[in-house]
Ligand binder design. Structure first.
Ligand SMILES: *[C@@H]1O[C@H](CO)[C@@H](O)[C@H](O)[C@H]1NC(C)=O
Ligand SMILES: [Zn+2]
Length: 384
């Protein structure tokens, strides 16, 4: 089972709302103060940082040379997703990502060669959003068992995630670079109720802001399921209630609650903040789900953002910050990576050597260019 490194979002709603306006891009936020930086340190959730003990395991890693080489699995994928992918990367730049992070389409030689398969992100077109997180270690099971490398299935549906194609792809691109969901940090979740929780106070029964029953596929699991979740949990029949409490159980059952529930600390690099309050969550992150993601319809009146109506019920909600009065609020659709997302990227890729990509890209044919790039990355992939 390698499902823990995939992020799926499958929404069963059928009628896309009309998309009548696009939100204006905001200018990048300034650098956080030293104090804010210290706080940011505690709240990222990324793949394991290079050089840490946890990263010595067979794990996904950061992409060599801060560059994702991608391939489209077929013509449909290319025609449906190519422009959106470029715009999605531009969203990252507009959020403050520097241009030493690049995405480049592989040549037809690279994209059809088994030898280079592990070194590219293979993108298919489908009706869901699903992305391998990070760059597979050359010894990882994904490589040895399946002979594959990183892959993604993306969609241009407008009735899913942030109800907008480019921000959705930008979120998926965050996964491809190595970021996990902001809201799945176990230190934000109540341990009293959630099997995989870590002892936070932001999400869970204390705040009553985890509305599992609003998930679009909730009704499908009324009878529970007989599954083997792994991780020391027995093969047995699990009830829906148990699926709403454990990431592992929900995952094994293919229940979308797995996109929300806290991941176990050993499954990702997770900051060791055990008393995370709502101030520690990056509510502006493009890696946090808006409240409606994956939810049943029925919100009345619907939420409206720049002319786009969202009548999906709330799954997770934002509690009032400590010391403040107020009600739970909908988590907004963050269509631009936040300064925290950028800081997380810079921390994750801080030790990744960057070659002079400008030169590499200018010289020679596309084919040569990629040959050179791959020679370089083969040498350097084990030292990231
Ligand atoms: C979950 O989905 C995977 C992949 O589609 C499938 O192989 C597996 O049998 C499913 N598990 C259950 C319990 O339905
Ligand atoms: Zn996601």
């Amino acid at each position: 089972m390698h499902s823990f490194i995939f992020i799926f979002l499958t929404i069963l709603t059928l009628t896309p709302p009309a998309l009548t306006g696009s939100r204006r891009w905001q200018p990048p936020l300034g650098s956080p103060s030293p104090e804010a930086k210290h706080q940011l340190d505690k709240r990222w959730m990324t793949i394991n940082l290079p050089g840490t003990a946890a990263a010595a395991r067979l794990d996904p890693r950061p992409w060599p040379n801060r560059e994702i080489t991608y391939c489209f699995a077929d013509k449909t994928a290319k025609s449906k997703l190519k422009t959106a992918l470029k715009k999605a990367m531009d969203l990252w730049y507009s959020g403050g990502l520097t241009n030493d992070y690049t995405i480049v389409e592989g040549s037809s030689h690279v994209c059809s060669s088994e030898d280079s398969r592990r070194e590219v992100l293979m993108i298919s077109y489908g009706d869901k959003l699903s992305t391998y997180v990070g760059y597979p270690d050359k010894n990882s099971r994904l490589v040895t068992d399946l002979g594959k490398g990183a892959y993604a299935t993306w969609t241009d549906r407008k009735d899913i995630g942030m109800l907008s194609v480019v921000p959705n792809i930008a979120h998926e691109l965050g996964h491809a670079w190595g970021l996990y969901h902001e809201h799945q940090n176990p230190y934000f979740w109540s341990s009293a109720y959630l099997a995989d929780g870590g002892g936070g106070s932001v999400f869970g029964p204390g705040n009553n802001n985890w509305n599992c029953e609003n998930l679009a596929d909730y009704d499908k699991f009324a009878d529970g399921k007989e599954i083997s979740p792994g991780g020391g949990l027995p093969h047995q029949h699990y009830t829906r209630d148990q699926m709403c409490r454990s990431y592992r159980v929900a995952s094994a059952a293919n229940f979308s609650a797995a996109e929300y529930l806290p991941m176990a600390p050993y499954q990702a690099h997770t900051p060791m903040s055990i008393a995370a309050d709502a101030r520690m969550v990056d509510w502006d992150s493009i890696m946090i789900y808006p409240s409606g993601a994956g939810a049943k319809k029925g919100l009345d009146p619907p939420e409206e953002t720049d002319g786009v109506k969202d009548d999906r019920l709330s799954i997770l909600e934002k509690p009032p910050l400590d010391g403040e009065e107020g009600d739970m609020q909908r988590i907004p659709k963050n269509i631009i990576p936040s300064s925290g997302d950028i800081e997380a990227m810079n921390k994750l890729y801080g030790s990744v050597r960057v070659e002079k990509k400008g030169l590499l890209h200018e010289r020679g044919s596309t084919k040569e260019k990629f040959k050179k790039a791959f020679l370089g990355s083969k040498d350097s992939s084990s030292c990231v």
